[in-house]
Design a protein around this ligand. Structure first.
Ligand SMILES: [Zn+2]
Length: 281
């Protein structure tokens, strides 16, 4: 049975190409879980899962793990789901808080790519800093409030900027307008702009299909990083030039239509405190 599991994609590329590459899943929620699930079905076998949360009833409609996993650690539940797709997967579980985990740097050094799928800025910035310091690629995905769209950014060591560079770029463009600020806006501003009250914003992160578009892009960018790290680049995976993508699910400000796509190349920014030249040596 096991030698037939990947027969339907074996003609596309050598799935063995990814067998030796280790992927860290930093955050095993709805985003990280979906990306991990798509990766294991693409031949990735070596995972390290990091999360200290438990699967709650409200997670079930958007998570790859269903009701049977309620009350379990998300790492354990996700591991079970991944092994259900490929029993040969080697999965290590770390029930840790990314912000305080003292082994984070050591584990990142042992990873070929990091899937960054946490739900808060401090953990994203910690991973950005450690990955830049150790020149380990990562891909971060984020769904905008109410699932109106989302973004995927890939840090590629030596090519393009880091997450802090992205912030600098976004501050100078219209792409940021109305997308990120919604979390920071005052209640009055939100109501004026979107006609929503706080509860609607906080507890309405979008449908699983809204997240699905973002996790599909997220996965594809991770496969790009793996293809670049593989001994031989699979021809099936043609290179992705840009390192940042903004996707609009709906015609809601700042998007003008359904399925609006913006591709952007974020270059390393002069004076970036994280990846700037002065910090490289
Ligand atoms: Zn930077």
């Amino acid at each position: 049975m096991e030698d037939r599991l990947f027969s339907r994609i074996a003609g596309l590329f050598d799935v063995e190409a990814f067998a030796e590459l280790r992927v860290m899943i930093a955050g095993c929620g709805s985003g990280g879980g979906q990306v991990a699930s798509q990766l294991v079905m693409s031949g990735v076998r070596d995972f390290i899962l990091i999360d200290n949360d438990v699967l709650e009833p409200e997670n079930v409609i958007r998570h790859v793990c269903g009701i049977r996993y309620l009350g379990q650690k998300k790492t354990e539940a996700l591991s079970d789901v991944l092994k259900d797709r490929n029993p040969q997967a080697q999965i290590r579980l770390c029930n840790e808080n990314l912000l305080s985990w003292d082994r984070l740097e050591a584990e990142i050094q042992q990873s070929d790519v990091v899937v960054l799928a946490t739900d808060n800025e401090p953990s994203r910035y910690r991973v950005n800093e450690v990955c830049v310091k150790n020149q380990v690629p990562f891909v971060v995905g984020r769904v905008f409030t109410r699932g109106i769209g989302g973004e995927v950014f890939a840090y590629r060591p030596g090519q393009g900027g880091c997450l802090a560079c992205l912030e600098q770029v976004l501050e100078r463009t219209q792409f940021r307008d109305g997308v990120r600020e919604i979390d920071l806006m005052s209640e009055e501003e939100r109501e004026e702009m979107y006609g929503l009250d706080v509860e609607e914003i906080k507890d309405s992160p979008g449908l699983t299909v809204d997240i699905g578009f973002i996790t599909a892009f997220h996965t594809r960018f991770v496969l790009e990083a793996l293809a670049s790290a593989a001994p031989e680049r699979p021809k099936f995976l043609t290179p992705i030039k840009e390192n940042y993508l903004v996707w609009g699910n709906r015609a809601v400000h700042p998007f003008e239509k359904n399925f609006q796509l913006q591709r952007i190349s974020v270059h390393a920014q002069d004076g970036c405190l994280i990846c700037g030249v002065d910090n490289e040596n």
